[in-house]
Design a protein around this ligand. Structure first.
Ligand code: PEP
Ligand code: MG
Length: 752
């Protein structure tokens, strides 16, 4: 049965539109259940109706015309109760409503199960039989299983525009596909579906006689792809420094190395035609990467596939058509790679949509660097269906609107205008301090991790770097960067900001951030070998980094160190020992360095409860609300399915931060917040009220937060904090804060 189910889901996913998908469902489910009728009703929420959308067994003319009121018939009971109804004779039920045009008078037994996606009942799947009999338990559970499996596919078909006929009415209501915010902003543009030019796996095995001609054709393809990648690299260095183009160098290395090219040529020499040989080599490589079961390495597997498809497209030049990129291109794909972004002509990229990934994926980081909105993890999107259609990306909410109705479109256009006006208006705050009207100063720092961001040092709003994520330079390389290599990177950052403080965080890999050359396979990566746990276990790696940081600060005074993922006091003590050792060695070697100020990230609940103890050992604390929220609420920060539960305004998170402030201030140690929460203007008021000493955020968020700080007195912020602490959930708190922003005349901040 599992196999039957798998095949149905596969067929449904491949359907052209919703109508076809539902047609497949009713046909296949009827067969699988050995029923006389199978029908699907979908709920039209706008018109409050259940519509018969497909049927195998009922009168075909009834499909699309039969509509039941929202509380009419047995369908409404299944839908409302979100539970199956199993009846031996449907007409006996008091809620039964006979519909003559369906020709259902012949059927007695009725089994209806709800189709539920993300807690919402989308409709009802019904099977009928002529006989008077109750469906047995195994039949009921089978239909429930089928409906549960198909709900995603139905939502998918519906959301990606398979809606036609009656369902098109639903489109006039706000309709979007939910993903995760990847990079903030709103973009209106034309979707360009990025799909592999051809299907590698579809290449058949063939033998060739003229082996030499085949080898030559393959080598020519390699040379062409090599030239393409070189051209791409040249194009992307215009927007990214060479520091961030490691991926393309990796491509070039693969193309000149023995492994990929050599193995393919060997296969050709063994008699295979070039395309078949290439398919085998690429599959072998990707299987090896994927077998390592690691998120980052899977990305590398997709890079190898990308390269394979580029080669293939040259091998099949006759079927290759150049892709058109409209003025406002929104690229959409299952898995967008950095090279796909680079392919879009300069100035045309308006946004990025990716079915996979999250805000911490490479492509989201790159989109932020390029300043375009991105929506990630849009698992319900069928990419092929949005190609060439107008889409609106809401990078704030993580939503993709496909061909939105005029009202929705004009609302977004208004938001874009408001956003532009707001940004222009906020520019006027440039040289003014982040100070409340009653004289409370709140220094604002920037979060970064890309050297390409160093131009922000000219920005007078920024009082320094509050979080430099050093893992990025590690992630885009093929091996651990050496001490001198690291020193040069850190030096550039420190020099750019001197005398403003720069907080370099020690390597924070593990969890969702893996290194291609240091694979970690774990069942629970976020609860596993992460951050300081890795670096303390590998002093040879940690000491290189610490020394590089210290050396980089030679002659400067602005270096601060930050330790990620601290969950025990011993980790702090052990790190300080290593740091002192590195410091002494360098001083003995004659380096002109001073001991940096050291801070600990408070991002694990245990560290919250021991904030006072930790504070006594270091110079400052920095609250990482991204991880703190996920660990306190037990919600994976990258999982789209539970994203609704992830909210840093949850009362538990607020109370935890207050406890950190209290613990640190008892020992006169300052507390900063460097998670995304710091860049949320509404949350920033509460952090101000809590007595947080500084905030660190992405540069885009900074002017908005400054505006809030300049408009709320410290006393008002404290009062607001007291008020929201009376509430029991994040939503009520958010509403209360939004109202306070509206009342203060800062409503435009909420809308964007
Ligand atoms: C955090 O967890 O809040 C944080 C700033 O670190 P990262 O997002 O890099 O895990
Ligand atoms: Mg963190």
């Amino acid at each position: 049965m599992l196999e039957v189910l798998r095949r149905i889901v596969q067929e449904v996913n491949a359907a052209e539109n919703l109508e076809q998908a539902l047609g497949i469902i009713v046909l296949r489910v009827k067969q699988a259940m050995v029923a006389d009728v199978c029908s699907v009703y979908l709920t039209n929420f706008l018109h409050q109706q259940h519509v018969l959308m497909a049927s195998d067994g009922l009168n075909p003319a009834a499909v699309g015309t039969v509509r039941l009121g929202i509380d009419e018939g047995l369908i409404s009971i299944v839908s409302e109760r979100a539970e199956p109804i199993n009846l031996d004779n449907a007409p006996d039920h008091p809620h039964y409503r006979f519909i003559a045009e369906t020709g259902e008078e012949r059927y007695h037994a009725f089994l209806g199960v709800p189709i539920i996606h993300h807690r919402k009942v989308l409709g009802v799947l019904v099977v009928r039989q002529r006989a008077r009999r109750k469906f047995d338990e195994s039949e009921v559970t089978l239909l429930v299983t089928i409906a549960a499996q198909l709900a995603g596919a139905i939502a998918h078909a519906e959301a990606s525009g398979g809606i036609n006929g009656l369902q098109s009415e639903r489109r006039s209501a706000a309709r979007y596909i939910q993903g995760l915010p990847g990079a903030l902003g709103i973009a209106v543009g034309t979707a360009v579906a990025i799909y592999p030019p051809t299907d590698l796996n579809a290449i058949p095995d063939r033998k060739v006689d003229d082996v030499e001609a085949e080898v030559t054709a393959f080598e020519q393809a390699v040379a062409k792809v090599y030239a393409d990648i070189q051209a791409l690299t040249a194009r992307i260095v215009e927007v990214l420094p060479s520091e961030d183009t490691g991926l393309f160098n990796a491509y070039l290395q693969m193309l000149s190395g023995k492994s990929l090219v050599g193995k393919t040529v060997a296969r050709i020499r063994a008699g295979s035609w070039a395309m078949g040989a290439l398919r085998e080599t690429i599959n072998e490589h990707t299987r090896a990467f994927e077998a390592m079961g690691d998120a980052y390495l899977s990305e590398r597997a997709s890079d190898v596939r990308d390269l394979g498809l580029r080669l293939l497209s040259y091998l099949e030049t006759d079927t290759r058509h150049p892709r058109e990129y409209p003025e406002q291109t929104i690229i959409a794909g299952e898995e967008i790679t950095a090279s796909m972004l680079a392919e879009v002509p300069h100035g045309r990229l308006a946004g990025v949509v990716s079915v996979r990934g999250s805000s911490s994926s490479h492509v989201a980081i790159l989109a932020r660097t390029l300043g375009v909105p991105a929506v990630m993890g849009v698992s319900d999107l069928n990419v092929g269906r949005i190609d060439g259609r107008e889409v609106i990306l809401d990078g704030y909410q993580g939503r993709v609107h496909i061909e939105p109705p005029p009202a929705v479109r004009s609302e977004f256009m208004r938001l874009i205008r408001e956003e532009t006006a707001l940004t222009a208006g906020l520019a006027e705050l440039r040289d003014l301090p982040a100070e409340t009207p009653d004289g409370y100063r709140m220094p604002l720092y920037a979060n970064t991790g890309l050297l390409s961001d160093l131009s922000i040092s000219q920005n007078t709003d920024i009082e320094g770097i509050g979080l430099y994520r050093t893992e990025f330079p590690f992630m885009i390389r093929e091996r651990f960067p050496g001490e001198e290599e690291q020193r040069l990177i850190y030096r550039q950052v420190l020099e750019a900001f001197e005398p403003k403080p720069v907080v370099l965080r020690t390597l924070d890999v593990g969890g969702d951030k893996a290194l291609p050359y240091f694979p970690i396979t774990e069942d629970n990566p976020f609860l596993g070998w992460r951050g300081i746990r890795i670096t303390l276990d590998h002093p040879e790696i940690f000491l290189v980094q610490l020394r590089a940081m210290l050396c980089a600060s030679s002659g400067l005074t602005n270096l601060h160190l930050l330790l990620p993922m601290i969950s025990t006091v011993a980790e702090v003590d052990d790190t300080l020992k290593l740091l002192k050792r590195a410091y002494r060695e360098l001083i003995n070697a004659g380096e002109a360095i001073v001991m940096p100020r050291v801070g600990v990230m408070i991002e694990v609940p245990s560290a919250v409860y021991q904030a006072d103890v930790i504070a006594q050992r270091v110079d400052f604390l920095s609250v990482g609300t991204n991880d703190l929220t996920q660990y306190l609420l037990a919600v994976d920060r990258n999982n789209a399915r539970v994203a609704e539960l992830y909210d840093s305004l949850h009362p538990a998170v607020l109370r935890a931060i207050m406890q950190v402030v209290e613990g640190a201030h008892r020992y006169n140690k300052p507390v900063t917040v460097c998670g995304e929460m710091a860049g949320d203007p509404a949350a920033a008021i509460l952090l101000l009220g809590m007595g947080i000493d500084s905030l660190s955020m992405s540069v885009v968020s900074l002017p908005r937060v400054k505006w809030v700080i300049r408009n709320f007195t410290h006393i008002q912020a404290q009062r607001l904090l007291e008020e929201v602490l009376q509430f029991e959930d994040a939503n009520t708190i958010r509403c209360h804060l939004n109202k306070a922003l509206e009342d203060a005349g800062l409503g435009s901040l909420i809308r964007t």
